[in-house]
Design a protein around this ligand. Structure first.
Ligand code: SF4
Length: 231
């Protein structure tokens, strides 16, 4: 009984939200997948189990912040820091901390043992995210703190602000915004269909029936609507 009720609780939270701006986590991701998310295109449903894992990630963040908030050598200047409001992108860094000499943006990430074990450098997608936090917030340095969900081991990596990389990520998002507004589905990523983004992509089914390059969303939408009516 409880299993079904808990699953139902998470399923009810799985609504497609209206998206009007990018999130920091969209930076560096497949433009086509982000486009489909904006347009609320049909996607593979996320299992309640996966949503519970996201929730677990949030509680790990709180667990890590607890000692940081109580120690003297590190000062938590602010936690859950929103980037300044603007039209293109929104995001919230876990914290800004100070060691008494410098300020750092802190971003906490959790993962399973298998991925954690092989982690010798920060993941590219996480560097992208922290670069944008550094771009919009004061500190010039960031720390990516990784937590092994299975045994609570930690690894940390310092990241320096790279203005060129941040500008390039923002330019890609601005270009994508133009495509979203003009209903042009961007091309697939070069790594399709074997790349890791495709493996975990909720839109892989509809992506495989869309052409490879730029495609008209209006035409494609009519096609998928007709297909679902014929089912
Ligand atoms: S399947 Fe791959 S190329 Fe297609 S939308 Fe998903 S991530 Fe992008």
């Amino acid at each position: 009984m409880l299993k079904e009720l808990i699953n139902q609780f998470y399923s009810n939270q799985r609504k497609d939200r209206e998206q009007h701006h990018f999130y920091i986590s969209d930076a560096g991701k497949c433009s086509r997948a982000v486009f489909f998310k904006f347009k609320k295109a049909p996607r593979e449903e996320m299992e309640p189990r996966v949503l519970r894992m996201f929730d677990h990630g949030n509680s790990i963040h709180r667990l890590i912040m607890k000692p940081l908030l109580s120690m003297k050598v590190i000062h938590v200047v602010a936690s859950e820091v929103n980037i300044p409001p603007q039209e293109l992108i929104a995001g919230r860094a876990d914290a800004i901390i100070s060691d008494g000499k410098e300020l750092y943006v802190l971003d906490i990430k959790s993962m399973n043992s298998m991925i954690f074990r092989n982690l010798n450098q920060p993941k590219e997608e996480h560097i992208n995210q922290i670069q944008l936090y550094l771009h919009y917030l004061d500190p010039q340095k960031g720390i990516l703190l990784y937590v092994n969900k299975d045994n609570q081991e930690l690894k940390e990596f310092e990241v320096l602000y790279d203005a060129k990389r941040a500008q390039s990520l923002l330019k890609t998002l601005s270009d994508l915004k133009i495509k979203i507004d003009s209903n042009i589905i961007p091309p697939r990523i070069l790594e399709w269909p074997k790349g890791w983004q495709c493996q975990y992509c909720q839109f892989k089914e509809i992506c495989s029936t869309t052409g490879e390059g730029n495609v008209s969303w209006d035409n494609f939408k009519k096609k998928i609507e007709a297909q679902s009516e014929n089912k």
